[in-house]
Write a protein of this length. Structure first.
Length: 290
């Protein structure tokens, strides 16, 4: 039964990511994706947040909090894995800048391909990572569908209004199905982490990541939301690849999976509430040129 659920989870993940990226390609142009990244300030702060502040914070956190070696390793792997495949969908949920979410996802994903193999062996012993092993699944599931979507919009714009709602429904179905299946598969892991207190470390990880991303995500409220959720939701696909190929300790994979589930749940539940709070208090951020 568990093997069937694992297969369903993989299919749901594939459906979610591929159709999300296809839909993003159909709704945007290359110029729209590139435009937010023309701000040097925004790009530098995005890289600083994801590749310096979050990894350093998590590294210090696991030195202070008493955790098993496997749990520490899993959290450090998540900390250095950036560029979440779900970012365009998360940006849609929190009503952020979709074009920026796609550009940021690609920027962070490419950064992770080179950053992770260099930095992770310095903080986690015995890890061997090949950049291509990380890049291959990310390119296949994220970049290629995005390029196909952009090409369809450019060549066959008339069919976009017909197929876009279908892709959106498939993406949503993959997200909800995958989340439900993962909760079922990892219920025991979640209970175990609750008993050890490690799940509260995950919560601190998530809150810090979102907060620092949001605070540094100017120039506007919609880019703040994107960098907030884009920093809080790490690249679990890259983290899981490293965890399963380098460690026999099951707690490494458990903490990676549980942290990614919590990150997604927090965005799905807290994201809309956060938007209502901002709108209710009239929070606005002035546009700043990079």
């Amino acid at each position: 039964m568990n093997e069937i659920l694992v297969i369903i989870d993989k299919l749901a993940l594939f459906t979610f990511i591929v159709f999300t990226m296809l839909g993003a390609g159909l709704s945007l142009t290359i110029q729209q994706i590139w435009e937010p990244l023309r701000s040097p300030r925004l790009v530098i702060l995005s890289l600083l947040t994801n590749f310096v502040l979050v990894p350093v914070f998590v590294y210090l956190l696991v030195q202070i909090v008493p955790l098993s070696e496997g749990l520490k390793d899993g959290l450090l792997i998540m900390a250095v894995a950036s560029g979440p495949p779900a970012l365009p969908k998360l940006a849609q949920i929190v009503k952020g800048n979709i074009a920026f979410s796609v550009g940021l996802m690609i920027l962070l994903m490419l950064g992770t391909i080179f950053y992770m193999p260099m930095v992770l062996p310095l903080v986690v012993q015995g890890v061997q990572i090949n950049s291509w092993d990380i890049a291959k699944p990310l390119l296949m599931m994220m970049v290629i569908p995005l390029v196909i979507g952009l090409s369809i919009k450019n060549q066959f714009a008339a069919i976009v209004p017909t197929i876009q709602p279908i892709l959106s429904k498939l993406s949503n179905a993959g997200l909800l199905l995958g989340l439900a299946v993962r909760l079922i598969i990892h219920t025991t892991d979640i209970i175990g982490l609750l008993q050890t207190g490690a799940i509260f470390v995950c919560a601190v990880f998530i809150v810090f990541s979102f907060s620092v991303g949001y605070l540094l995500g100017g120039p506007s409220i919609d880019t703040q939301r994107v960098l907030g959720v884009g920093t809080a939701q790490r690249n679990f696909a890259a983290a899981l690849l490293v965890g399963t190929s380098n460690f026999d300790d099951p707690s490494v994979v458990s903490i990676i999976m549980v942290t990614s589930i919590l990150m997604m749940i927090v965005v799905l539940i807290a994201g809309p509430k956060f938007i209502e709070l901002n709108q209710g208090t009239g929070v606005e951020i002035e546009q700043v040129e990079g």
